[in-house]
Design a protein around this ligand. Structure first.
Ligand SMILES: Cc1cc2nc3c(=O)[nH]c(=O)nc-3n(C[C@H](O)[C@H](O)[C@H](O)COP(=O)(O)OP(=O)(O)OC[C@H]3O[C@@H](n4cnc5c(N)ncnc54)[C@H](O)[C@@H]3O)c2cc1C
Length: 445
């Protein structure tokens, strides 16, 4: 058995090859593609990863790092290769009043629980916190504060990375910047992130959350643009929701505060079409707000949709083309195209705070994330949705849009090349330097 090539290694973790273990790593949250690896390293230390990579290279075994496996189309799978599962590496190392160093396998949930003990928080949190630090830093990491702070990859001070040769390297914007910029948003193509140092800020104690339900998308977009410009809210998102009476367009915004500096609700909702009988203002603790999706997850577990298939597309659109793009998407969209609990996320972001070279943005100072949360109960429906995703992507590209490629949009290497655009040359150079034998995935042509 090929996994025996690792048997001489003394590992802190375990190298597993049994069908139950490989079946887990063969799947992901999307549930659409299934590619069994020949072995899974459940890394017990950074040293395990340093030891395993040269052996994999010598035996021509492809390697893919994996966090929580929440991609939608097999991005963290390695057919007949070796998956390095980082989820046991969760330690929080140095934690000071303005930064933290954490293992890549820690979830944002566990990291936040720890930093809040000191009254601190990362600047950008994903909506769902059950994602690994290494996983979202390999993708981007969009959250409700991204309109101000960029994505999570824009908020990293330094990384420890094991490159394909098995060498542990420390990198930052000033130390091995080529590696730093090739790993952030790089989907594991140049090395395995094992630790990240992230800036922290004082956490607010409380959150005033406002939800406004508009009957038209034009009203939602007009309000989002206005709020993006006036900066009134710390957290800025939106959703398109199906109801028995048709689509509803929800503004979801929040203002962070610590008593006694309480926001004035009248000022918060001024000029945004807030109707007290229809809309909602609630006051939550910051942790309660950050973990707000737990309730939804429990609901979806109950309906079986959490365990179902998730062909989720993520697109980024230039503001100038958004209205036309959404008209086209919404023209013939039915609830069945999203599934029973499906919805569309629609988040505006100014790009001033964005700077990760591999997080590919459309042109312009304002861009929108448009993400379809689709639920399919069988493979045929999932394939239909994936084909629909690809049509959305082609339309988006034709108007200058890009993808946030964690989702279920089939990508060829030519698509990756187009996606990477001017960032490809630096990535290719880093790949040649840190992974010349393409041990880790090479996604671009
Ligand atoms: C319920 C749900 C909610 C989500 N919410 C958000 C959200 O709010 N914001 C957002 O931006 N995204 C969100 N996503 C998308 C998510 O960020 C990505 O799907 C990513 O997969 C999350 O991290 P993970 O730990 O699951 O990574 P994985 O799926 O395990 O890996 C993602 C990619 O990174 C690579 N990788 C993983 N770990 C490492 C590492 N340590 N070093 C190098 N490469 C690595 C993998 O090979 C793969 O290519 C969500 C997805 C789901 C299913």
């Amino acid at each position: 058995m090929t996994s025996n090539v690792f048997s001489h290694l003394r590992l802190d973790g375990t190298m597993v090859t049994d069908p139950a273990a490989t079946a887990l790593a063969a799947a992901d949250f999307g549930g659409i593609v299934n590619r069994p690896p020949r072995a899974v390293l459940r890394a017990g230390s950074t040293a395990d990863i340093e030891a395993v990579l040269p052996v994999a290279a010598a035996n021509n075994i492809a390697v893919v790092p994996r966090g929580c496996g929440h991609t939608s189309l097999g991005q963290a799978q390695a057919l007949d290769g070796l998956v390095i599962d980082l989820t046991a590496l969760t330690e929080v190392h140095d934690l000071t009043e303005d930064e933290v160093t954490v293992d890549a396998g820690a979830t944002w949930n566990s990291l936040l629980a720890r930093t809040l003990q000191h009254g601190l928080t990362p600047r950008v949190l994903t909506d769902y916190l059950g994602l690994s630090v290494g996983g979202t830093l390999s993708a981007g990491g969009i959250g409700g504060t991204s309109h101000r702070c960029g994505v999570q990859t824009d908020n990293v001070l330094a990384l420890d990375v094991v490159t394909a040769d098995g060498i542990l390297r420390h990198c930052s914007p000033s130390e091995l910047p080529d590696l730093f910029h090739a790993v952030l948003g790089g989907f594991g193509q140049c090395g395995v992130i094992v630790r990240a140092t992230l800036p922290l800020i004082p956490a607010p104690a409380r959150v005033r959350r406002v939800k406004v339900y508009y009957p038209t998308i034009d009203e939602l977009l007009a309000c989002q643009r206005r709020l993006l410009a006036d900066g009134r809210f710390d957290f800025l998102q939106g959703e398109i929701l199906p109801t028995p009476d048709g689509w509803v367009y929800m503004l979801d915004v929040a203002s962070y505060y610590t008593p006694p500096h309480e926001p004035d609700d009248d000022v918060l909702v001024a000029g945004i079409g807030f109707v007290a009988a229809r809309d909602k203002i609630e006051d939550l603790g910051y942790w309660e707000f950050a973990t707000r999706l737990n309730e939804t997850v429990t609901y979806l577990e109950g309906t079986g949709e959490w365990q179902a298939l998730h062909p989720w597309p993520n697109l980024l659109l230039p503001d100038a083309k958004l209205d036309a793009f959404m008209s086209e998407v919404m023209a013939d969209l039915e609830q069945a195209d999203l599934g029973a609990s499906g919805l569309i996320l629609i988040y505006p972001m100014t790009t001033a705070a964005f700077g990760t070279p591999l997080f590919r943005l459309p042109e312009g100072s304002t861009v929108y994330l448009v993400a379809g949360l689709r639920f399919a109960m069988d493979a045929a429906k999932a394939q239909e949705m994936v084909a629909g995703n690809r049509r959305w992507y082609d339309t988006a590209v034709s108007v200058g849009g890009t993808s946030y490629p964690t989702g279920a949009i089939p990508f060829t290497s030519a698509d990756w090349t187009r996606h990477l655009g001017t960032a490809q040359a630096a990535l290719a150079e880093a790949k040649a330097r840190y992974d010349p034998s393409n041990l880790l995935p090479r996604r671009f042509a």
